[in-house]
Design a protein around this ligand. Structure first.
Ligand code: IYR
Length: 222
């Protein structure tokens, strides 16, 4: 939503170089501790925390500021079970037929298979929907722009906010994800983008022993 006033002053908060150095380092050190988690405790947490996280996600920039996203929060055990059953059906097909040998080989270090208990165990499942277009007042179709980029950025903000809150998540894509639209009864302009369990890790969870690329592997200077 754009304000009626057209343009308003930015009133930016700015910092000295030293402060920027410290702040940038502190955020990196915090984000470097983020890990995807595949095994959850069933311990729940106040939904207001998740709402704050979703408000943070929705501060992301988007094409023409259309904010082409919906974050569906699933806490109903019945709906989680339906989602798990349908997701495992697709994943069984993926692991046994659709994924190439090299893909399966690439996934070996992560120990994944088609069984997805986290969908039922995590207290909340957030299904992120992208809006390919919107409906206007007279049900006419209104265009959205750079929808994949916009929703991807919003999910990045979401994952950072989850980590900042001291919670854990997994970006899960039980593809094809059409079943999510059906189970959640979403309108025709929405397409499932990601399924994200959010919660606390199960006791003594282990994570894959992976390293992140260093600067020299991700930066080119010109
Ligand atoms: N969606 C499947 C397979 C999978 C694919 C990739 I690429 C991953 O990084 C992890 C898993 C699953 O969730 O098991």
């Amino acid at each position: 939503m754009l304000s009626d006033e057209g343009f308003i002053p930015l009133n930016p908060t700015t910092y000295s170089n030293e402060e920027m150095l410290q702040r940038s380092r502190a955020l990196f050190e915090q984000m470097d501790k983020r890990r995807s988690v595949r095994e959850y405790s069933n311990q729940t947490f106040p939904i207001e925390i998740l709402e704050n996280i979703i408000k943070t996600a929705s501060t992301a920039p988007s094409g023409a500021h259309k904010q082409p996203w919906t974050f569906c929060i699933v806490s109903s055990d019945e709906i989680k079970s339906k989602i798990r059953e349908a997701a495992e059906e697709e994943e069984l097909e993926n692991y046994t037929r659709r994924m190439s040998d090299s893909w399966l080989e690439d996934l070996k270090p992560f120990g994944t298979d088609h069984i997805k208990p986290f969908i039922e165990v995590a207290p909340y499942i957030v299904v992120v929907m992208k809006h390919s277009y919107e409906f206007g007042e007279e049900n006419e179709k209104l265009q959205n722009y750079y929808v994949n980029e916009s929703v991807g950025i919003a999910v990045g903000f979401f994952l950072s906010a989850v980590h900042n809150a001291g919670l854990f998540a997994l970006t899960h894509t039980p593809s094809p994800m059409r079943f999510l639209k059906k189970i959640l009864n979403r309108p025709e302009n929405e397409t499932p983008y990601l399924l994200i369990p959010v919660g606390l890790p199960a006791d003594n969870v282990q994570v894959p022993n992976i390293k992140r690329k260093g600067l020299k592997d991700i930066i080119e200077r010109y």
